[in-house]
Design a protein around this ligand. Sequence first.
Ligand code: ADP
Ligand code: MG
Length: 491
Amino acid sequence: MEASAGAQPDRQDQPHQDGPFRRCSQSHRPPGVEKDIEKLYEAVPQLGNVFKIEDKIGEGTFSSVYLATAQLKMGPEEKIALKHLIPTSHPIRIAAELQCLTVAGGQDNVMGVKYCFRKNDHVVIAMPYLEHESFLEILNSLSFQEVREYMFNLFKALRRIHQFGIVHRDVKPSNFLYNRRLKKYALVDFGLAQGTRDTKVDLLKLVQSEAQQESCSQNKAPIVKANKVSLIKQPKPMDVTSRKLTTKKKVVSTKTVTSNLARKTASTCPANLTCDCYATDQVCSVCLSRRQQVAPRAGTPGFRAPEVLTKCPNQTTAIDMWSAGVIFLSLLSGRYPFYKASDDLTALAQIMAVRGSRETIQAAETFGKSVLCSKEIPAQNLRTLCERLRGTPSLDVEKQDDHAHESTLSLRTDQKLKLPLHMEHPGSSLHEDSRGVSETPMNEHQASLKGWDRVPDEAYDLLDKLLDLNPATRITAQEALVHPFFKEMSL
Ligand code: ADP
Ligand code: MG
């Protein structure tokens, strides 16, 4: 959930906070949880009439989620998830999250809502509880068929919300609950959702206009945004090398600018000033004085699509399909998180390391962005990459060239940033801490049992279409469901 309709804070996946918590009896609850439960009863006393709050099962930046039981007059005891939204959440945001659940939820793997409680500024959404796995914990043991089913069910949920003109904006494993035993799935957390132009969720239209108002007022403000001060405060053109951070292996330099065509139309750019740093690794004072371009960028960095990372103002449901592609990449490679970048530039460079720099630059052109990269990074073959990371033994993976370059990374829309990129050998993880099966390569027997020695080309074809750098041609949820990869699955 967001603190305000327009604010778009970064989210990182928090495997130790989000996701299934320990399920312990009341007496074994840590004192902190005990206190939080007491506070929740105090803040929203009517909860006590209906629920017995058992435990805290999730804690994010914008909400806490509790497991409760409800003893209804008729019928058995029911397990309920209570999502307590932080009291500072924008009222329109809260209402929009609730409306997404009521309008699109309850069907096709989209979480529904049972009740909602409010006292003053405290809002609690009560949903059916779905016990679920920790993605990281099960990643090692999933069979290929389970991965196929997981993706199929994720696309079902995405097709459903996209039909309603809802862009989720934060598709990632901790927001797609999976009960492996029951084969149940649920897309949750509409706290960052936005509407398409013709959205059927009325309140998402308001979220949009709130966000626009906020961005208009931001446009009047100086260029420097709080979180970027340290990167752009030098008034003079900067030498890339002065910001080069030495990393283990690779640092690649990229820079994005709004292309000339887009510049002409962008009201925030002073059109009369000629930039003299175009296609160089410098930031000229003209560019430093340009107003910041505002575009939605909510979500979790490692799952952000290239058009989000480059602040393309026209974002569509295709951004969720990209995030689904990143999940699929984790499932096929056995690495999670696959990308973990602290900022958008690093994230973009990591994408280039897999999809190729030339390809990224070409795609960005289509949505009005110029991306510059100091070195050409070739696209990787997705099958080779995933098999190498997974450690599937049956394949003789050719040793690829090490494209370790010592160069720098920078991205610019109207300002230029130069950042380090940590990249290991191609075929190793893009995120140093990511874990997966490749740490203990499967033996042939295990691999064949789980179907990992027979991953069909269709899987990589679908992955390629999800990780299409161009949002206009990226596969939709509806198309993904009828992709040959799912030919044996029924809708
Ligand atoms: P946030 O906006 O804080 O990320 P989420 O809606 O994603 O909130 O919920 C946080 C976590 O709480 C989820 O990752 C999940 O582990 C748990 N959770 C949320 N809704 C449910 C539910 N209906 N059933 C079971 N667990 C849930
Ligand atoms: Mg969440």
